[in-house]
Each structure stands twice: as C-alpha cells, then as structure tokens.
Design a protein around this ligand. Structure first.
Ligand code: F6R
Length: 241
C-alpha cells in the first residue's frame, strides 16, 4: 500500500482531487465508488470548484456508493442518498440514471443486496474512495466481517452509532443496521484511495500498518489489494514511524 503524507485536511482534499482528476481524465466514462462521512467533504468541494471553473463534464461516469442506513428513506436528510445528492451529484449535474446507492428502505433487503451485488459485478469500479472508521471499518464492514463478504446487511457497532450520532438529533435516531458493499466488493475495485484525517484516526492507522492483517481490523484487508493509496494528514500520521 502506498502512503502519501500531507500537511493538513486542505492538502488531503487537494491531493485526493488531483488523483481523482487524473483517473477521470484517463477514463471520462469510468465507474467511481464514493463514500460518505465527513472526510471526503473537502475533496467533494474541490470537485465542485473545478466543475464551476471549467465545466468538467461528468455526464458519462457511473457512480456507486458504499452503503446506506437501513430504514431511512432516500429523502431523509441523514440518508446517504441525500448526502450524495447535495454534496456532489446535483451540483455536478449527475443524473439519477448514473447513480447507484443501496436502498436502505427496500421492502426485501436480501433482494436488495442481491440486486446491488449483481450491479457491482457487471460494473467493475475503476476508482473507489474510502474513509476509515475509528474501529477500522471500511464501508460499514465492522470488525469481524469476513474478507470474502459481498453486499450484506450489517449491524452497526455502538461505537459507530455513537460516532455518527453527530448527524442525527440523538443517538436513538441512528439506525442500528446498514446495507453495505462487502470487503470483497471493495477489494475488486481497480484502484482504491483512502482518505485519513485527524487525530481520532491515528490509533487505528497505526494498527493497520503495524499489525498483521486481521478481520478484527477490516481496513487491514487493503494489504491484499494491488493498488491502494492512503492519503494521510499530519494529525492522523502521529503514531506512524
Ligand atoms: C461512509 C462509510 C464509512 C466512513 C467512515 C469514516 O460511506 O462507509 O466507512 O468512511 O465511517 O467516516 P468519517 O469520514 O466521518 O470519519
């Protein structure tokens, strides 16, 4: 795994944007895997700034998201559908037909997992963007998830619900389950870019790089991927030597 060290969150967002743009320019009809959470917001803002300046045309890309909360309607502000539409897709003019996000309110969730799995197998992801959870999760693959996992329903760890409660009025409103790409789906992406910012990620980053690969640390599965780049800011890098 490659590590790129940058000064701060601003530099991390710019570096992610540069690498994304290179990939996009090589492949303007590519398939891009996006993440939600706080970390990619600065990177998404750089994409929007560039689009506003140069009218960069994203009308031929396809997008896939990692995950969605179970039980949330796509119009609810905390849903990842809503997040992506507002942070990225609407301002870029990316249409619904280009966008793929698991449906957290599907009537039959198992069927929804199968549907998303088959979409992913017919649309291999060229570049997957990832953040990591403080417990090492990628997507919503919590510690203990097998590396062979495909799209599945997962029960969120209390620590994950706590960390994400900042987006809700109270912890009680944070869903207990999510539908997520599995680790195997993530590892099938041709390239992976992992954005890691802030001191809260320092301990898990040390585990990822200094401990053997283990299902206890889902992000350690990325050691098995041939083309993964971590972009790490100074605060996240403090425990790496
Ligand atoms: C988001 C996702 C999660 C986040 C992770 C880090 O779609 O799948 O794995 O990337 O929880 O979140 P932040 O960036 O908010 O620290």
């Amino acid at each position: 795994m490659k590590k790129l060290f940058v000064k701060d969150y601003h530099q991390l967002s710019l570096t992610a944007f540069d690498l994304f743009l290179q990939e996009f320019q090589d492949n303007p009809a590519g398939t891009f895997g996006f993440a939600t959470g706080s970390t990619p917001i600065g990177f998404y803002q750089r994409i929007l700034e560039d689009h506003a300046l140069y009218q960069t045309d994203y009308s031929n890309i396809k997008t896939f998201n990692l995950d969605e909360y179970v039980g949330l309607d796509e119009h609810q502000p905390q849903s990842y559908h809503h997040f992506m539409r507002h942070q990225l897709f609407n301002p870029l003019g990316i249409g619904r037909e280009q966008v793929h996000i698991p449906k957290g309110n599907a009537e039959d969730l198992q069927k929804e997992c199968t549907r998303y799995e088959s979409l992913l197998s017919s649309n291999p992801i060229d570049l997957q963007i990832l953040g990591i959870g403080e417990n090492g999760h990628i997507g919503f693959n919590e510690p203990g998830t097998t590396f062979e996992s495909g799209v599945h329903i997962t029960t969120l760890k209390e620590s994950t619900r706590q960390a994400n409660s900042r987006f809700f009025d109270s912890i009680h409103e944070v869903p207990t389950q999510a539908i997520t790409m599995g680790i195997q789906n993530i590892l099938h992406a041709k390239k992976i870019l992992v954005l890691v910012s802030g001191s809260s990620k320092a301990p898990i980053l040390k585990e990822i790089f200094h401990h053997p690969v283990t299902t206890k640390i889902p992000a350690s599965a990325l050691h098995h991927h041939p083309d993964t780049t971590f972009i790490i800011d100074e605060k996240a890098a403090v425990s790496l030597s």
